[in-house]
Design a protein around this ligand. Structure first.
Ligand SMILES: Cc1cc2nc3c(=O)[nH]c(=O)nc-3n(C[C@H](O)[C@H](O)[C@H](O)COP(=O)(O)O)c2cc1C
Length: 397
């Protein structure tokens, strides 16, 4: 979103107040936003709110041509990298589908050559009306992106489809659309499975053995792979959220994780094992909560070594493993690379407080079976994830 020029068109629905937040979120992410409103939209929220927050005058009247240098609606259309219509009323959608430009918003949109992203929001019956459905189909066929409205409680006091989605959902979808539009999707058509989080090995129904892994690195990797166009499945033991375009498989134990990885492995292109898989699990899982005793001995048995097994099975799959160590990091990483038949091992020091497990930052060194090691200095896990995915792209092209 950084430096993205957004022409933000607001039309007259009850959801206008929500589009204020959407616009703020775009600005927070580095976009420059200029707003135009229909007169109906100004009935719901004043242009002043949008003007103050966007730091630009709001366009409403096509004929208030105060700057003789430009015709304003054409200038806005030409300036923007993307046009966002949020909310998009049934009325404005109908006008766009039929080539009507009878106000500032519709005239500017008629003159727009950049991508158009619409967020329809309206009463369920208005949405379902055959005319609206036909108009949406028409716009889609002209390559406009029309987001699916949410289902839930409507302003009319009953539940139905037509709600303006949460800003975060809109931005997630917008990001994907922009990447697809720019063609920056080198992993398009590739199937990637990422594992994340620390597995939980049950002792009894309320107790388990686990580790400090938060799942942040794995979730960041899934996101970075999705942004580059991959079809991503995230097998996670973490409770962190996932964007809806990523297929999420929630697991608890190493065995469950193994089963899911194993099931999908044959059809995969890339497996990234970022999960901190417990090496051992209790040999016996108590059916009922264990009673207090002075001393308890829990016998542990070895869990499946997922990376190693997949390394033995691999044909063309590209395998990325993680080595979380507190000493002799390089030696352990190189040993793992060889023993597990991995293509990359991302090694990190989990003995330091400011990086590794359960933090937002990390420093890693990436060992490969063909290239020299690459160190990524202490930075956000999102950035590390992007770097790792870039290496995966280079190696799998
Ligand atoms: C209280 C109220 C709420 C409305 N909410 C919506 C809405 O959510 N979606 C919609 O398509 N129209 C809604 N309308 C109807 C539009 O405001 C009306 O169709 C208007 O002509 C749209 O103009 P515009 O597309 O130029 O903004 C609402 C009208 C009122 C009075």
């Amino acid at each position: 979103m950084k430096n993205l020029k957004v022409a933000f068109y607001v039309t007259g629905g009850i959801a206008v107040y929500k589009s204020v937040n959407l616009m703020r979120e775009l600005i927070k992410r580095g976009a420059e936003v200029k707003v135009a409103m229909t007169t109906s939209a100004t009935e719901f929220v004043t242009p002043l709110t949008f003007q103050v927050l966007s730091k630009h005058a709001v366009h409403i009247d096509t004929f208030s041509e105060e700057d003789p240098q430009y015709v304003q609606h054409i200038h806005l259309a030409d300036w923007a990298d993307i046009a966002i219509v949020a909310p998009a009323t049934a009325n404005t959608i109908a006008k766009l589908a039929n080539g009507i430009g009878d106000n500032f918003v519709t005239s500017a949109l008629m003159a727009t050559t950049s991508p158009i992203f619409l967020v329809p929001a309206m009463n369920e019956h208005m949405l379902e009306h055959p005319a609206t459905q036909q108009n949406i189909r028409t716009l889609k066929s002209r390559k406009a992106y029309v987001m699916e409205p949410d289902t839930g409680f409507l302003a009319e006091g009953y539940s139905g489809k037509g709600r303006f989605p949460e800003s975060e959902m809109i931005i997630e979808e917008l990001e994907g659309y922009l990447l697809a539009y720019k063609g920056e999707r080198p992993l398009k058509g590739k199937k990637i499975v990422v594992t994340a989080g620390g597995t939980k090995e049950r002792i009894d129904p309320v107790r388990f053995i686990s580790n400090d892994s938060s799942g942040k690195m794995g979730h960041a990797l899934a996101d970075a792979a999705w942004k580059k166009g991959a079809e991503v499945t995230l097998i996670t033991a973490s409770t962190l959220p996932t964007r809806k375009q990523i297929k999420r498989v929630q697991v608890d134990s190493a065995k469950e994780m193994y089963n899911h990885v194993n099931e999908s492995f044959e059809t995969l292109d890339v497996l990234i094992m970022a999960a901190a898989v417990s090496d051992y699990a209790p040999l016996n899982q108590e059916e009922h909560k264990m009673k207090k005793k002075n001393n308890v001995t829990i016998e542990l048995q070895k869990n499946p070594d997922i990376l190693k097994e997949m390394g033995q099975k691999k044909v063309n799959q590209f395998l990325v493993g993680f080595a979380a160590e507190t000493e002799n990091i390089e030696a352990y990483a190189l040993k793992k690379l060889k023993e597990k038949h991995a293509d990359l091992i991302v090694a990190n020091d989990v003995g330091k407080k400011d990086r590794g497990f359960n933090t937002n930052d990390n420093e890693v060194t990436i060992y490969s079976n063909v290239d020299q090691p690459v160190t990524i200095s202490l930075t956000k896990k999102d950035e590390i994830a992007e770097n790792i995915i870039d290496i995966v792209i280079d190696r799998t092209e």
